[in-house]
Design a protein around this ligand. Structure first.
Ligand SMILES: Nc1ncnc2c1ncn2[C@@H]1O[C@H](COP(=O)(O)OP(=O)(O)OP(=O)(O)O)[C@@H](O)[C@H]1O
Ligand SMILES: Nc1ncnc2c1ncn2[C@@H]1O[C@H](COP(=O)(O)OP(=O)(O)OP(=O)(O)O)[C@@H](O)[C@H]1O
Ligand SMILES: [Mg+2]
Ligand SMILES: [Mg+2]
Lengths: 228, 228
């Protein structure tokens, strides 16, 4: 479902030109569970944004579900994201003064889903990440770091995505809560969804079936691993 | 140097009343190296903010270097922070459009240090966290997550603090970079500085000499540990 061919990304700002990806090529089939690892600054989040159609490569081709994303206009890209992708950002990207509930329904707010159905799906996602119900009316800036992270994960699930891209989804979670999040991802993968997650923790990467290592904007290793 | 007596913290917002700390008591001597661990939402960051004089307890007493912080006015609290505390926030709290350099000199910008000395100290701190010099002119929102984390750590060191409070300082770092940050903290501790860090990673906590565990706003364990 994911076909990356020779992806390059150059950020070009004042005093900030960086060759973040230098020719990255790989294919991820539907239903796979892959972990991306690598040093800080090696290009993992940059790659993830391209995979999630949130950014475009400087050169190279990216095909998602057979479609070359370079041929889609902004409207079509937004539609692809809305219907098929769930994205968990490294910095969560929640609306700080909106409530947990409001944040989680955001991706399906302007779809043809009726309000009760939206709230039901948000509640289901929040329950799946084990966020205490009394926190659902807090503003997202009235939560702990790990609670915000779980809200970000719940939000990524509410549009029923076939592709889940999670950037360091357990970075702010204690080991027990992190384990339960990985069990959730395993269940979602069993349902046939494709999961790609970035992590720096070997215990988390061990739960994936394949590890892609990135170094200085290039893939240094791409291997299937035996189940932990 | 840190004396916490029966600290309680109740957040009281609309629909957001939470008893985050329920009576926390402990003492940390000058020069100690302690790790705080506990489940997501258990009160760790809340406690850290009180220790760093960024927040006040609802009830209970907090003495820093012998002074009861409840008796200090806002001006005196700011002065205590500026002269003795280095704080690394869980969400970094950098100024996104300011450069790395600008962000790191912030804590000493209005002190009697001259501009070259400020820049020298910022460069020293950035070198200590191994942030590539060509990144120093990037705006902080033009960095990877782990690079932002290292800028936040560098910023916490530039005022030469005797107390360093770090909230999940390695959460976005690969294992190798995280290890080098822990070696930096060990060196700073050897220089006599007091270090308290929050972490959910056992390998990181193992580098501290004492582990304080928090659960539901109470201390569940407080023990010295043998060196790893
Ligand atoms: N501004 C606020 N208003 C209401 N409740 C809050 C506020 N900030 C934090 N809380 C609540 O206080 C409790 C403790 O939060 P705290 O941030 O101290 O947890 P933590 O141990 O640091 O968690 P984590 O490991 O997830 O970062 C949580 O249940 C949280 O929801
Ligand atoms: N807007 C930007 N402008 C210039 N350079 C950027 C920008 N965003 C990221 N970079 C640079 O691109 C490189 C790759 O960044 P990226 O965020 O993909 O790394 P990463 O592998 O996710 O790192 P981490 O593990 O620290 O999160 C880094 O060196 C970073 O400084
Ligand atoms: Mg990243
Ligand atoms: Mg916290």
């Amino acid at each position: 479902v994911i076909e990356a061919v020779d992806l390059e990304k150059i950020y070009d700002g004042a005093g900030a030109k960086t060759h973040a990806l230098r020719g990255v090529t790989f294919t991820i089939e539907e239903g796979e569970f892959a972990a991306i690892m690598g040093p800080s600054g090696s290009g993992k989040s940059t790659l993830m944004h391209i995979l999630g159609c949130l950014d475009v490569p400087t050169t190279g081709t990216y095909r998602l579900a057979g479609r070359d994303v370079a041929e889609l206009d902004l409207h079509e890209l937004a539609e692809v994201r809305r219907s098929t992708v769930g994205f968990v950002f490294q910095a969560f990207n929640l609306l700080p003064r909106a409530t947990v509930m409001r944040n989680v329904v955001m991706p399906i707010l302007y779809t043809r889903t009726d309000p009760e159905e939206r709230e039901r799906r948000a509640a289901e996602a929040l329950t799946a990440v084990q966020l205490d119900e009394k926190l659902w009316t807090h503003r997202s800036n009235e939560l702990s770091g790990g609670q915000m992270q779980r809200v970000a994960i719940a939000r990524s699930l509410v549009n029923n995505p076939s592709l889940i891209l999670a950037d360091e989804p357990t970075g702010n979670l204690d080991t027990a809560t992190g384990d339960s999040v990985m069990e959730l991802f395993a269940r979602l993968n069993d349902e046939g969804r494709t999961i790609v997650l970035i992590t720096h923790e070997p215990d988390i990467a061990a739960r994936a079936k394949r590890v892609i290592r990135i170094q200085d904007g290039l893939i240094s290793e791409d291997a299937v691993q035996a189940d932990a």
